[in-house]
Design a protein around this ligand. Structure first.
Ligand code: HEM
Length: 442
């Protein structure tokens, strides 16, 4: 559906000529939506990249969009900017087709393979963290992005960390991500989109060539598991489906995890009392292997992770497109309406959180459980049919990383310069977050 549905009856902040609200969103996405909700109530419209969408900006609205009881909302239609580079990825499929593919992908997230990923991840991260500079300032955000991609070569693709193809694969992968979020949507020469399309050709070609061997030999990495994946009825993917699902999975996994680790490191350097609590918890594990028991014991780390996601969700907005007319909150919307849920404002709403702008991980402790105030008060991983399939993997990666890091080092800001954050499309600190690692033991 490409037509613009009639939304004259929906209020909203006046759009600027040509650009609508695109620049406002890039400058201050949270402020744009917070002010709009204060002025117009939870239902209002905005125009971004030439497209009008209606925000249903409260926890009931997010629940309605994501739980989608009437099977109205298309994820493929909402995430339309991703189709050129990540066609037919899991999030770009809808309803029965999506369900069938998700059931197959689930096989790559079973408990025994998750354990194998964890072991491979522990070995790889330990080595990569060991390469970071000590007692010298370095920018954490670019370093952790490189680290997650290098780890991806090992845990996602089953390649040795020093495989000569890894830097080129990572470079191509970054070009794909830059292209998918670039505002210029025509692949003109020298544009990010053109570069991203070339990178996609190289990556998908590489993946395609790896399939026959991995189908034969298997392996304890995501790619091999996706080559072998079957649902309970024995349905599996074609080569082309494996390539598209894997390419999308890499995109969904990397920048989201790098963004959350960055916000956590910022919090640990800013609030040393929380870093001390995390260190005490890691020390209590001793030098034991990082297994299920260790993962379950890391409660403080988990709270700091949750609070970091609350303050800066890697997916601040979740878009959909209505396949049929619908009503919400007493308002009628035509078929084709672009709809957006806004976890980022709900995660800071005083309807659900005490002192919402304060860093306070104990709000997730069982005696406070502020996240339970509404099913969708805390939804940085989304919800419903498309809820993040990598939630447990991401949590595991955060815990393994923090354990390995804090066994060796303490983290401090490298300077007192104020840090400003870009929040969309994926949050990051504009100065790269300069930090220092201070050895804990002689
Ligand atoms: C902190 C890290 C992460 C966050 C905050 C996050 C967030 C999300 C959100 C909000 C969605 C739902 C989007 C929607 O409904 O439109 C999603 C979907 C998805 N995520 Fe994650 N994610 C993270 C890490 C990961 C990891 C590590 C993987 C893979 C190992 C992954 C794979 C996926 C996939 C495949 C989907 C699509 C699911 C579907 O459509 O059924 N994510 N993620």
């Amino acid at each position: 559906m490409t037509y613009a549905p009639a939304l004259d009856h929906i209020p909203g902040p006046p759009p600027k000529p040509l650009v609508g609200h695109t620049l406002d969103l890039l400058r201050d996405s949270y402020g744009l939506h917070k002010r709009a909700a204060e002025q117009y109530g939870p239902i209002y419209k905005t125009k971004v990249l030439g497209r009008w969408s209606v925000a249903l900006n409260n926890a009931d609205g997010l629940e309605y969009i994501l739980s989608d009881p009437d099977r109205i909302f298309s994820s493929a239609g909402g995430w339309n900017m991703l189709h050129t580079i990540f066609p037919r990825g899991l999030m770009l499929r809808d309803f029965d087709d999506h369900r069938a593919h998700r059931r197959i992908m689930q096989a790559a997230f079973r408990k025994p393979v998750m354990d194998a990923y964890r072991d491979r991840m522990t070995e790889t991260l330990d080595r990569l963290i060991g390469d970071w500079p000590v007692e010298q300032p370095f920018k954490f955000y670019p370093a952790v992005k490189t680290m997650t991609l290098q780890m991806g070569g090992a845990v996602f693709m089953g390649l040795p960390v020093d495989d000569p193809r890894v830097p080129q694969l990572n470079h191509a992968f970054e070009a794909e991500v830059a292209a998918s979020i670039s505002p210029i949507r025509k692949p003109l020469p020298f544009t990010k989109l053109r570069r991203g399309m070339r990178a996609r050709e190289y990556l998908t070609g590489t993946f395609r060539d790896m399939i026959p061997e991995r189908r034969k030999t298997g392996g304890d990495d995501f790619f091999s598991q996706m080559c072998l994946a079957q649902d309970e009825d024995g349905n599996a993917w074609t080569d082309e489906e494996i390539v598209n699902h894997f390419n999308f999975l890499m995109m969904a996994a990397h920048d989201t995890t790098a963004a959350s680790l960055t916000k956590m490191i910022w919090a640990m350097a800013t609030y040393p009392e929380w870093q001390n609590r995390m260190i005490a918890e890691v020390d209590a594990l001793g030098e034991t292997p990082i297994d299920d028991e260790a993962m379950a014991a890391l409660n403080v780390t988990e709270r700091v992770f949750k609070e970091s996601l609350r303050l800066m969700p890697p997916a601040p907005f979740i878009p959909r497109q209505a396949t049929r007319a619908f009503s919400f909150g007493g308002v009628d919307f035509p078929a084709g309406t672009g709809v957006v849920g806004a976890p980022c404002t709900i995660l800071r709403s005083s309807d659900h959180w005490t002192r919402p702008d304060t860093f306070d991980p104990d709000r997730f402790a069982p005696d406070r459980a502020e996240d339970q105030s509404h099913r969708y008060a805390w939804a940085p991983f989304g919800g419903g049919a498309h809820k993040c399939i990598g939630l447990h993997f991401a949590t595991m990666q955060v815990k393994v990383f923090m354990t390995l890091l804090l066994r060796r080092y303490r983290v401090a800001h490298a300077d007192n310069a104020p840090i400003t954050w870009q929040r969309v499309p994926i949050p990051y600190p504009k100065n790269g977050l300069p930090i220092r690692l201070i050895p804990r033991k002689g």
